[in-house]
Design a protein around this ligand. Structure first.
Ligand SMILES: *[C@@H]1O[C@H](CO)[C@@H](O)[C@H](O)[C@H]1NC(C)=O
Ligand SMILES: *[C@@H]1O[C@H](CO)[C@@H](O)[C@H](O)[C@H]1NC(C)=O
Ligand SMILES: *[C@@H]1O[C@H](CO)[C@@H](O)[C@H](O)[C@H]1NC(C)=O
Length: 729
């Protein structure tokens, strides 16, 4: 019996040892050194691309992920959007476009890895930088600093996400696809600005994240002070000169900007495929081993998810996959070829450092030679204007200006960043035949004595009143005009001045539109000044203040205000100037049409619509509705809104976003300037045109027939010229 027990005990011991060995080898599958990420014992050059799950639909995800894979990507990177998941405290949403687990599992099924940027601050041109609005109203809170209420809330959400990933076994250490995570986001500049509390917050965030034991590395982007073992990484148009803060960390580029975002009132930015490929080749030849396209698919800011200020509904970003999920050629193809060339060099890249020589003016050669005999060379011409002949190992290579050639065997040039061999763009918008038949409903202008308004003394900050439940807040007051006012006789109307912190304002006097003003891209603040047609007795002043998203970036952006904060004055009365700022104002959150949910079938049948000769045209504050059949085929669908001003669009009750074609691109922004280095400022188009004309309607939101389309128009437009289009590749 005794010896039996011994044998059993030894067997158990061996089993335990074997088991823990197995566990620890699973645990250790992702690590890194100064050269690269190491997965299953192999150093890897990792090519990554950002696809933000709520900026497309679950029905689009498999195709986007497949196209990313076909384009040569190893990793999909996404932020986690806190305010999409927890719009009110403790009430979580992980459904539909916010089904994070489903998105990650689809990436896994495609055989790709995930870089999960938990943040939870994400910036991202996303409403409030990803923070829920309620967070601002937690007593004593200050965002992104050494502040207890903030840290408690942040830790709660980060733990929620990490635990969710763990319970679904999604970390690589558990056999899942997540090979790295991110805590915070571009915190370096903030820490530098605020000093000691910023440093303390960084130390806390790093410790908190590492303490969650995900089994995979954490990174902090654009933050030189990232505490060990967290890897600091680069974001930018170019990152070749970046060095991580410790010599034993790999050189990573978490955001390769493929273009830039569009703002209403701004041009459409573009980044040439040649320059993008050049920047990446230059990064890789300088020890870079991870780069991520921001964005690979930018997608759409559906609903009211676009951030202030003036971020457009389209988040196309000039990414390799366009807003609709179609290849953006020649960029997609040119980068796919770049990835193939880089992968051919991988054995040499991961096992050696480059030897650098300068054979001629503006010429540079990087050679990677591994002990096992692999050799890869990168030949550069940094001259922005002239091509050059470069001699390397007794062969001559012709290099176009501002370009890098890749030689995976140190002989054969398989790729040059400036020579595009992929096909050009043939994508276009094709009008769908058949017009739409519209009905209209006029939004009422409320007044201060309406029953459903809230009377308060003075002017109140907009978001504090709306809590962002709507873009719209009515500021309502009354002015009494004595019958002996001089202007009533002279006809010299008084001047109303109203100052607002932003972002747009419609001024109504006695129910009639007096004027509209809106902020600029550099400054959201605005001032309305105009003659107002007042009569003797009581006059109703109704100011409709419109927020266009909450800010997403800036030092203590949670303190930024919106709405009419005053002063509001009337000039040209017998008494001189009357200050209305401190008098009684009444407030009404949102539009009547929003309260009635005119955007869906039930709501839209609750009011009387008019049509034909009664159809409101070029009238402010008008709701329009129509029904339409889904266009034939599978091509993506969009609305051409060129004839409209500003507002929001719904299809079958789903908001496809804010429209604002009335805001045209200003400034000098034609074409590209190829001098020296290219930046987002140098390649822009669409001056004098609407910043955004077309609005994506996801196919999966459509039925074959009888789709309800509702448009709310603030300014006044001509709905009869709205048309459906399909986008063809
Ligand atoms: C590559 O890394 C090695 C090791 O840290 C370093 O000595 C070398 O200067 C780096 N080369 C470049 C071009 O950054
Ligand atoms: C928000 O409104 C409340 C009253 O509801 C007020 O006490 C508070 O000072 C306001 N906060 C801000 C930041 O305006
Ligand atoms: C319409 O919207 C309201 C408010 O969101 C909702 O309660 C109702 O269920 C919706 N109806 C339909 C048919 O979607």
């Amino acid at each position: 019996m005794g010896s039996m027990w011994k044998v059993l005990k030894i067997k158990t011991l061996v089993l335990v040892v074997l088991f823990s060995l197995a566990c620890s080898s699973v645990r250790a599958t992702v690590s890194y050194d100064d050269k690269a990420f190491i997965i299953n014992g192999k150093r890897r050059i990792l090519i990554s691309g950002s696809i933000h799950y709520p900026r497309s639909t679950p029905e689009m995800w498999p195709d986007l992920i497949q196209k990313a894979k076909d384009g040569g990507l190893d990793v999909i990177q996404t932020y986690v959007f806190w305010n999409g998941h927890e719009a009110s405290p403790g009430k979580y949403n992980f459904e539909g476009r916010f089904d994070l687990v489903k998105f990650i599992k689809l990436v896994q099924q495609a055989g790709l890895y995930v870089h999960l940027r938990i943040g939870p601050y994400v910036c991202a041109e996303w409403n409030f930088g990803g923070f829920p609005v309620w967070l601002k109203y937690v007593p004593g809170i200050e965002f992104r600093t050494d502040n207890q209420p903030f840290k408690v809330a942040m830790q709660g959400f980060v733990e929620k996400i990490v635990n969710m990933m763990k319970s679904e076994k999604l970390f690589e250490s558990q056999g899942g696809p997540i090979i790295m995570s991110q805590i915070e986001n571009e915190y370096g500049p903030v820490e530098w600005e605020i000093g000691a509390p910023g440093k303390a917050y960084t130390a806390w965030a790093a410790k908190m994240a590492v303490g969650l034991n995900t089994g995979v590395p954490w990174i902090m982007c654009k933050q030189e002070t990232a505490p060990d073992p967290i890897i600091d990484t680069c974001n930018g148009f170019y990152c070749e000169g970046f060095r991580p803060n410790k010599p034993w960390k790999p050189k990573m580029w978490t955001e390769v900007w493929t273009g830039w975002y569009t703002q209403y009132g701004g041009p459409v930015p573009r980044r040439p495929a040649e320059d993008l490929a050049f920047a990446i080749a230059r990064f890789v030849q300088n020890n870079g081993s991870f780069f991520n396209y921001y964005m690979y698919h930018g997608g759409t800011n559906f609903g009211r998810t676009a951030a202030g200020l003036f971020i457009a509904t389209s988040y196309d970003y000039d990414a390799p996959l366009d807003e609709y999920g179609l290849p953006n050629e020649p960029k997609y193809g040119h980068l796919t070829n770049l990835h193939k060339a880089i992968k051919q060099c991988e054995p040499a890249l991961v096992s050696s450092y480059p030897t650098i020589t300068w054979p001629g003016k503006n010429q540079e050669v990087h050679v990677f030679r591994s002990k096992s005999g692999a050799c890869a060379a990168f030949l550069s011409n940094y001259d922005p204007t002239y091509s050059t002949k470069l001699t390397f190992q007794n062969r001559q290579y012709e290099l176009p200006p501002w370009s890098i050639s890749i030689l995976p065997d140190c002989k054969t040039e398989v790729y040059n960043t400036a020579r595009i061999s992929s096909k050009g763009s043939t994508a276009k918008m094709v009008p769908v035949s058949g017009g739409l038949s519209w009905q209209s409903y006029s939004e009422e202008t409320p007044s201060a004595d309406d029953r459903d308004t809230l009377a308060m003394q003075g002017l109140w900050e907009q978001v504090n009143v709306t809590r962002d439940s709507s873009d719209y807040l009515w500021y309502l007051t009354q002015v009494n005009i004595a019958p002996n006012e001089g202007f009533l006789k002279s006809g010299q109307w008084p001047v109303l001045t109203a100052m607002s912190a932003g972002h747009a304002l419609h001024v109504f006097v006695n129910g009639k539109l007096s004027g509209t003003v809106y902020g600029g891209l550099d400054n959201p603040k605005l001032t309305y000044t105009g003659y107002v047609n007042l009569r003797a007795g009581v006059n109703k002043i109704s100011l409709l203040s419109v927020a266009v998203g909450l800010p997403n970036v800036g030092l203590h952006y949670e303190r930024w205000n919106a709405g009419v904060l005053g002063p509001v004055t009337l000039k040209g009365l017998n008494e001189g100037t009357r200050d209305l700022t401190k008098q009684s104002w009444s407030y009404k959150v949102g539009l009547k049409g929003e309260a009635l949910t005119l955007d869906n079938v039930t709501g839209s049948s609750s009011v009387e619509w008019v049509e034909g000769s009664l159809l409101a045209q070029k009238q402010p504050l008008t709701w329009y509705k129509t029904t339409f059949n889904a266009p034939q085929g599978n091509d993506p669908v969009a609305l051409d809104m060129i004839s409209m001003g500003k507002g929001e669009i719904w299809v079958n009750g789903e908001s496809i976003g804010r429209h604002w074609p009335g805001y045209t691109a200003k400034g000098s922004c034609g074409g590209c300037n190829y001098a020296g280095t290219f930046t987002e400022k140098k390649c822009q188009s669409g001056c004098g045109q609407p910043s955004q004309r077309w609005y994506h309607i996801p196919r999966s939101w459509l039925k074959p027939s009888g789709n309800l389309l509702v448009v709310f128009e603030e300014w006044g437009g001509d709905p009869t010229k709205i048309s459906l289009v399909t986008r063809t590749a």
